[in-house]
Ligand binder design. Structure first.
Ligand code: BG6
Length: 476
């Protein structure tokens, strides 16, 4: 890993799209305007519109940055756009258009004294990715006088077969060390803190196993519905959109063994081991749902069977975890937006404070790791209430990022900085993508699993109780 910001050209393909405008430009602006970046880098937006020139594009990005609340210093934004930002149309995306792009890139590099370090960020609809990769590869962009990095966004395929095809298509031109597959959850500070919490606090390791943990549940709840993304979401649904990637990555970070170093090779190796140890998921351990009213959303088929909710139980056949159920749950239109990992520890085996002396009378200690919002860690402990006779109540030991550090940077800022410095630790490799599809392929479209309806604003279909999880619903 290198922290050095080397002079480079940052090419965003899909520069007029929603992802580029909402996420990438604010992040790139914040990074690029910071002192550590220095002067030697430029950004080239590439899209299909051939009526736009540099000036027009700069004006539109100024608007984007203002809308993102970054125009506190308007002069600085204008100066940044004028000095850093360029636009190139990719026309109809044919071979000649990629050659024109090559000519423009060489001219810009010469003009700005850049040595040929290039990042190609594919902020594109998934259907466009294979052709653009081919266009880049055939125009020779996989090789340059400096280094070349290719950033790819999810979905990394729609199932195992299409993921393999996508990986093979990218590998035809780019090797794995050039590819940065983004799972933006890995860029969240609170998600990276999972590893710090586990591996920088020695006491945790002693408790982090089947001897002391009763169950683990990972919830990524969203309060919004499908909004304007029906075209993508109809094809995706909750398992492909969230479980196969974000929740499975979280599961790997919770369950993996200690890596030998905080670097890409060691971390990927440990995550892959976890993926390989997950037992086949039985359809009885899966509850699927769709919020009522989904079929009436704009762009959604009136007969749609797309999942907006999925919950499942899985088991990891390893010495550390055998017998500990892991519950994953995600859904749209749930009561609130909150991502949490709840680790339930074994209860005191005998309760000397209750006449029955039963362990059931004591609540388990819960470790609640909130990934968003109000990122932090709460540990639920039993304490004595004041007075006689002795009675127990639950209180929390808490750490919250906002109290300790203030506002957290956006995940994209962190990940883009890692691309620029060439650090693949927080990016997903080809084998992880394929191993993860291997877990869920048999669930999508499986007629043995019914799709239950649930009301918007609830915690999903009632059938979720059949999984036997001690569901802990986050509170607002
Ligand atoms: C995206 C999914 O990957 O993650 C969306 O495609 C989802 O459907 C989003 O809403 C959630 O991300 P975050 O960071 O808002 O929790």
């Amino acid at each position: 890993m290198s922290d050095k910001i080397e002079p480079h050209l940052f090419v965003i393909l899909g520069a007029l799209g929603d992802l580029a405008q909402r996420k990438l430009f604010p992040a790139v602006y914040n990074l690029s305007a910071s002192e550590q970046f220095g002067e030697n880098h430029i950004i080239l937006g590439v899209d299909l519109d051939d009526t736009l020139n540099d000036e027009g594009y700069r004006a539109s990005i100024q608007g984007v940055l203002e809308a993102a609340g970054l125009a506190v210093n308007a002069d600085q934004v204008n100066y940044w756009c004028d000095c850093r930002l360029h636009y190139q149309s990719l026309g109809s995306g044919g071979g000649a258009d990629f050659q024109k792009l090559a000519t423009r890139i060489e001219a810009l590099e010469q003009e700005h004294g850049l040595a040929g370090n290039r990042i190609f960020y594919l902020a594109l609809p998934s259907d466009a990715v294979p052709n653009v990769v081919k266009g880049l590869g055939e125009a020779g962009f996989n090789d340059s006088p400096g280094w070349t990095r290719l950033v790819v966004e999810k979905p990394f395929g729609w199932d195992m077969a299409s993921a393999q095809e996508l990986n093979a298509g990218i590998h035809r031109y780019f090797n794995e060390s050039q590819i940065y597959r983004i799972d933006h959850y890995l860029g969240k500070e609170s998600v990276q803190n999972l590893l710090v919490f586990r591996f920088a606090n020695a006491f945790v390791e002693h408790l982090w196993n089947r001897e002391h943990i009763e169950s683990v549940q990972i919830t990524v709840a969203e309060s919004l519905g499908v909004e304007s993304r029906a075209q993508y979401y109809e094809r995706a649904g909750a398992i492909r959109d969230m479980i196969q990637n974000h929740l499975t990555q979280l599961l790997c970070l919770v369950a993996m063994e200690v890596p030998s170093a905080f670097e890409a090779g060691s971390i990927r190796h440990e995550k892959l081991k976890v993926l390989g140890q997950i037992e086949p998921i039985h359809p009885d351990d899966v509850v699927l749902g769709q919020y009522s009213g989904y079929q009436q959303e704009d762009g959604v088929s009136a007969q749609s069977s797309t999942l907006t909710f999925a919950a499942l139980k899985l088991q990891i056949a390893s010495w550390r975890w055998k017998g500990v159920p892991f519950y994953l749950r995600t859904g749209k239109h749930l009561p609130l937006r909150c991502s949490q990992i709840v680790v339930a520890f074994e209860r005191a085996p005998v309760s000397i404070f209750h006449p029955s002396k039963s362990e059931d009378d004591v609540k388990p200690n819960l470790l609640i790791i909130t990934l968003q919002p109000d990122e932090g860690i709460d540990f639920h402990i039993q304490v004595k209430s004041i007075g006689d006779p002795i009675s127990l109540t639950t209180q929390q030991l808490s750490f919250h990022y906002a109290d300790a550090f203030g506002t957290l940077p956006d995940a994209y800022e962190h990940l883009i900085l890692d691309v620029v410095t060439g650090d693949q630790t927080l990016f997903v490799c080809d084998s992880e993508v394929e191993a993860s599809w291997g877990l869920y392929d048999h669930l999508s479209g499986n007629e043995a699993i019914s799709i239950n309806s649930y009301e918007a604003g609830t915690w999903g279909p009632e059938e979720i109780n059949q999984l036997g999880a001690p569901w802990h619903n986050p509170e607002s």
